[in-house]
Write a protein that binds this ligand. Structure first.
Ligand code: ZN
Length: 365
């Protein structure tokens, strides 16, 4: 919605510039029926601009799970915007001082005031700020469980299993637990309010634990149907309910047996068929971090009807290859480029991050 306002502003600005540059035309035809008034200027109908120029999404994904990270990001919004960044995805997860569930805050969570400051800075520089809350997977890191499974162990998809998280990547919550969405939606609603958000990124990458035998609700169920149910539940709440846009990572929707990606950036655990069970209205963040001759998932998502936002990381040659590959697709649903960071660059040094600078310049027009 904010983007629409921004586009309208561009249209309005273009009209006024056109009017100022063609002042003689108005003197020649000043009849009331022949034009519209813009701030006291009468603009001939022929002066109306054509379709708004395409604006690519030049984005950066930043972890903002601590108040320090939020403050540092706020400091570089201006420099990033001047480079050409127009979208920031801030992954906050449990790093916000939630009022509905204070028990789920991390110790260094940011306050509403700090988020407001970040949000106002983004608005001042016409940067769209999209919060991210990691759903379903990534509910632990190394030995530590994330707050949701610490405070609500009954939501765990593999309760009592994998002591100290040995032999697994990350824990998942059980998407069929009857109470879990109520808690998660409370958190989402607070983020939408705090960020004044018109979109939310729900994560959902690298979900390896789903439909596990240890879960009495999910055991034996089709993993693609389970994954799609989670996506559809979040879509129902965010898009249908809150009237905002929804973004998610794309890896669980790419069939690793058909596309030559590994089991991280594509699904080898039978979730990929979910791609035909979810709304095409969801924006797919298609991440790939290695250099490849082709990134076939981009045309695959486009042909399915999704909007695709390719995402790269720290390797300059890999990022360049992905940017160059995706630029060949002229579909307006190929949105631009999202640079992830994952700690590879300190937040304060983001404006100098080489992969970021390349993507921005490639999608400048
Ligand atoms: Zn389950």
């Amino acid at each position: 919605m904010r983007t629409q306002h921004f586009l309208f502003s561009i249209c309005l600005f273009s009209s006024v510039i056109w009017a100022l540059g063609n002042a003689g035309a108005f003197a020649a035809d000043d009849s009331p029926s022949s034009g519209v008034s813009l701030g006291g200027l009468r603009v001939a109908e022929s002066a109306q601009p054509g379709p708004a120029p395409r604006v690519f999404w030049r984005g950066v994904h930043v972890g903002i799970g601590s108040s320090k990270a939020v403050e540092q990001l706020t400091e570089v919004v201006g420099p990033l915007a001047r480079l050409g960044i127009n979208v920031i995805v801030g992954e906050i997860n449990y790093g916000y001082q939630y009022r509905s569930h204070p028990e789920l805050r991390t110790g260094n969570a940011s306050s509403a005031e700090q988020i407001k400051k970040l949000q106002l800075e983004c608005r001042m520089f016409n940067v769209r700020l999209i919060p991210q809350f990691q759903c379903l997977g990534h509910q632990s890191w190394k030995e530590r469980n994330a707050p949701l499974l610490t405070k609500y162990p009954q939501f765990d998809e593999t309760p009592g299993k994998y002591s100290k998280n040995e032999s697994i990547y990350c824990r998942s919550w059980c998407l069929l637990h009857p109470e879990v969405n109520k808690v998660v939606f409370d958190l989402m609603d607070e983020l939408i309010e705090a960020f004044d958000a018109d979109a939310l990124h729900v994560g959902m990458d690298e979900v390896f634990l789903i439909g596990e035998d240890t879960c009495p609700r999910c055991k034996g169920k089709d993993r693609a149907e389970l994954f799609a149910k989670a996506v559809n539940d979040y879509y129902e709440h965010l898009v249908r309910g809150r009237k905002i846009e929804m973004l998610m990572w794309g890896d669980r929707l790419i069939d690793a047996s058909k596309y030559n990606y590994g089991k991280w950036e594509a699904s080898a655990n039978d979730t990929a068929r979910a791609i035909d069970m979810i709304s095409k209205d969801i924006i797919i963040c298609d991440w790939h971090y290695e250099r490849r001759p082709a990134y076939e998932s981009v045309p695959m998502f486009l042909e399915k009807g999704f909007r695709v936002w390719p995402a790269s990381w720290r390797k300059p040659d890999a990022s360049r290859a992905f940017v160059d590959y995706s630029r060949r697709f002229k579909s307006p649903r190929m949105l631009g480029h999202l640079n992830t960071t994952w700690g590879a660059v300190p937040i304060r040094e983001l404006p100098g991050f080489e992969p970021l600078r390349y993507a921005i310049s490639a999608f400048a027009k």
